[in-house]
Design a protein around this ligand. Structure first.
Ligand code: ADE
Length: 249
């Protein structure tokens, strides 16, 4: 299996994961805490990247250069964009792109200059394993989240989606902006602020990358959940359950 880097942007998104690393040792690099430990006998390095593409890229480079990880898994939350991607659902990326990259007219809109591409694919095998683990986690939300969280957040039958996730240095919180994203990128399932940066770093290093995110909001002006409570009580528990299933196998 080798060494797996586990990344989330914020502490609340990883709280349930960190609680399951009993033997971890903390190391501070580039102003971040890296927890080096084991999960079902597999070596893991968990870290909080902080928010945005630059913070995520720094974290990924440090994980690779300083901690020698063999793969990176990103987890946390995303805003749902596509119809049918609801709060409480999970989204497993099959590719990432930066929705705020635009070097036109020198390069086509969204293309990362000098890479000749706008989309970065994830590792198919790692991603399928995560998707399988995600399906196991949502099959039993009462077990994964607890009855309290299911009732508090009104989670019905959560679904696992697979497809494009877009990243940018903006928290998308208006209906106008999410509608513009849907129009420009009709196949985007969800939006967040880090994944495409880590996908590009892993592409540069030739390292497998995959990501799974819990949908915390619809990226519109109807913020009908308490974001901080949601990421701690729902998203981090999903992440822990998914990784539990993943490392078990
Ligand atoms: N992460 C979770 N929700 C998000 C949103 N609406 N925009 C950007 N990143 C997010």
């Amino acid at each position: 299996h080798g060494r797996t880097g586990i990344v989330a942007a914020m502490q609340q998104e990883l709280s349930a994961v960190l609680a399951r690393l009993p033997d971890e040792q903390r190391q501070r690099v580039a102003g971040r805490d890296f927890w080096v430990g084991h999960w079902h006998g597999h070596e893991v390095v968990a870290v909080l990247s902080r928010v945005g593409k630059v913070a995520a890229a720094t974290t990924a480079a440090a994980l690779i250069e300083r901690f020698g990880v063999d793969r990176i898994v990103f987890t946390g939350t995303a805003g749902g964009l596509a119809e049918g991607v609801r709060v409480g659902d999970l989204v497993v990326a099959d590719a990432f792109m930066q929705h705020d990259m635009d070097a036109s007219p020198l390069f086509p809109r969204f293309e990362v200059p000098l890479y000749g591409q706008s989309r970065f694919a994830v590792d198919a095998g790692l991603s399928q394993a995560l998707a399988q683990a995600a399906r196991s986690a949502v099959a039993a939300p009462m077990v994964t989240l607890g009855a309290d969280a299911v009732a508090e957040f009104g989670l019905g039958a959560p679904r696992v989606h697979q497809g494009l996730i877009v990243s940018g240095d903006r928290f998308v919180a208006t209906s106008a902006e999410s509608a513009a994203l849907r129009a420009a990128l009709p196949d985007a399932l969800a939006v967040e602020m880090e994944g495409a940066a880590v996908a590009q770093v892993c592409h540069d290093y030739g390292l497998p990358f995959a990501a799974v995110r819990t949908v915390s909001d619809r990226a519109d002006d109807a913020a009908h959940v308490d974001f901080m409570r949601f990421i701690d009580q729902v998203a981090s528990r999903y992440s822990a359950a998914i990784l539990e299933h993943y490392f078990e196998t």
